[in-house]
Design a binder for this molecule. Structure first.
Ligand SMILES: [Zn+2]
Length: 481
């Protein structure tokens, strides 16, 4: 996600080494989504061909239900109190998800709704051995709230982010379940293959993850068949008013879907350039398509595999930097996954640094220095502010979302400090070594889930002797400013 930085942030405050996934054994989601415009619902059928890639027999599967956060009475609502009035632009509006039926291997199955906030679907199964497969069918209905959220009906489009049950990551002998924290990106998933059919009113146009394999109109409905392979998740944005501009680079189709933009070519060329620059620096963008969708959003932007949301409220440099930041997430979060709840800095710090780095790599070192300088002063000012009220305030980056005292602290520690750490490495070791370290990290963790240790190992391999320095940034003992 990208948040508004700088002055706006403070205004808001006052208020295993080779880790790549075997991509032949990714789970497969086959998802049919029917959008009812009048009822503001999605009626969905999802079949998951699950492959047990764990070392343990599994006796249950768990799916995260992010839409539950949008229901009335949610314990973990999707917006902070400060964001609420702008997010619910038409007044309070609630959504949610109802699981109607679950089938396992073709038979009706029992299920439970659990988790901290009725946000986990639990499906008991007979002991599923490692490498065994299981077919799980889920019929569900999503009620879309009217809001500028990742999931919601905005004034200009329908955001379909995190709208379906997604398998929880199983690690260290347990499923990782978490509620929907109202800051950060409270999502954590394994890469998977997706086959999705969108069934939407004919007048709507869809921007989505994946490649459209077939599209036709039948009885006033637009049916779009999509193949989204090796994706961290699937998302879409629907609008009756989308216009598009398109280009192509390195064999990748780049599309910008917009409702209102006086110069759409600017966003398109920024997205195209970012795909090219990051492919050169970190490793090739491994998908055939990259889509940018302009929509109503309470943050600046939001990343999904092959698709990013860009707030329609953005202009100028903030818009440009948001497009670059979200594009960088295709590498850091999308291809290289991470636990965005426990180690948010791992993808946000890298995406934020990559945004500044983009300018340096395209020859605009002054812009790089300007962004890093603003990031440094933002960090120092904020940290001094925190220390003034709490001299023993922690300054480690590696904290879970619920361990930050505010959204501001989360942003400063995860985005700003993360970016400053990579800037320090760049100044000490130079572009070539840092690029080598980051491309090795990218290559070794493609379509898998990385962690801070894997990043530290790769940096230390190419930037010799940096291990203690990097660890001191992560644990908060380094002195900055
Ligand atoms: Zn981000």
């Amino acid at each position: 996600m990208a948040l508004v930085v700088g002055a706006a942030l403070f205004a808001a405050l006052s208020a295993c080494n080779q880790n790549s996934a075997d991509t032949d054994t990714l789970s497969l989601y086959d998802l049919v989504v029917k959008f009812d415009e009048e009822a503001q619902t999605l009626t969905c059928r999802q079949e998951v061909l699950y492959i047990n890639r764990e070392d343990a027999d599994l006796t249950e599967l768990m799916f995260s239900l992010a839409p539950a956060a949008f229901r009335e009475g949610a314990q973990f609502p999707p917006f902070t109190p400060q964001e609420r009035s702008a997010a619910y632009y038409a007044g309070a509006s609630f959504g949610g998800i109802e699981i109607e039926a679950v089938g396992v291997e073709g038979f009706d199955a029992e299920f439970e709704i659990g988790g901290d906030d009725q946000n986990i679907l639990i499906v008991p199964v007979s002991a599923l051995a490692p490498n065994a497969t299981l077919n799980v069918k889920i019929d569900f209905c999503v009620k879309l709230p009217k809001c500028n959220g990742r999931m919601g009906i905005t004034p200009s489009a329908v955001n379909l982010g995190n709208f379906y049950p997604i398998l929880c990551v199983y690690e260290n002998g347990a499923y990782q379940t978490n509620p929907y924290y109202n800051f950060g990106d409270p999502f954590y998933s394994d890469a998977a293959d997706y086959l999705v059919t969108l069934d939407i009113p004919e007048k709507y146009i869809a921007a989505s993850s994946g490649t459209v394999e077939n599209s036709y109109v039948e009885n006033g409905r637009r049916i779009i068949e999509i193949n989204a392979a090796k994706c961290r998740d699937f998302a879409a944005v629907l609008s009756k008013n989308f216009k598009t501009v398109s280009d192509r680079v390195n064999g990748v189709d780049i599309n910008y879907y917009y409702v209102s933009d006086t110069n759409p070519q600017t966003v398109l060329s920024t997205a195209k350039s970012a795909i090219e620059v990051f492919s050169d620096a970190f490793g090739s963008y491994p998908y055939p398509v990259f889509n940018v969708a302009q929509t109503g959003l309470n943050s600046s932007g939001m990343e999904y595999s092959n698709l990013v949301f860009i707030s329609s409220a953005l202009f100028g440099a903030a818009k440009e930097e948001t497009v670059i930041h979200e594009t960088a997430h295709q590498w850091w979060y999308g291809v290289v996954g991470c636990n965005q709840i426990a180690n948010a800095w791992l993808d946000e710090g890298l995406a934020e640094f990559s945004t500044a780095y983009y300018f340096r790599l395209t020859g605009d070192s002054a812009r790089y220095s300007k962004i890093i300088g603003e990031t440094l002063s933002g960090y120092v000012t904020f940290y001094d502010f925190i220390k003034a009220s709490n001299p023993s305030a922690p300054s480690g980056m590696n904290r879970a979302l619920n361990e930050f005292s505010s959204q501001g602290e989360y942003v400063v520690m995860s985005y700003y400090k993360g970016a400053l750490m990579f800037d320090t490495l760049l100044e000490m070791y130079g572009e070539k070594k840092l690029n080598r370290a980051l491309s090795a990290y990218f290559d070794q963790n493609s379509f898998a889930i990385a962690n801070p240790d894997l990043l530290v190992q790769n940096i230390n391999r190419y930037c010799k002797g940096s291990e203690n320095l990097v660890k001191s940034w992560i644990d908060g003992t380094v002195i900055i400013g």
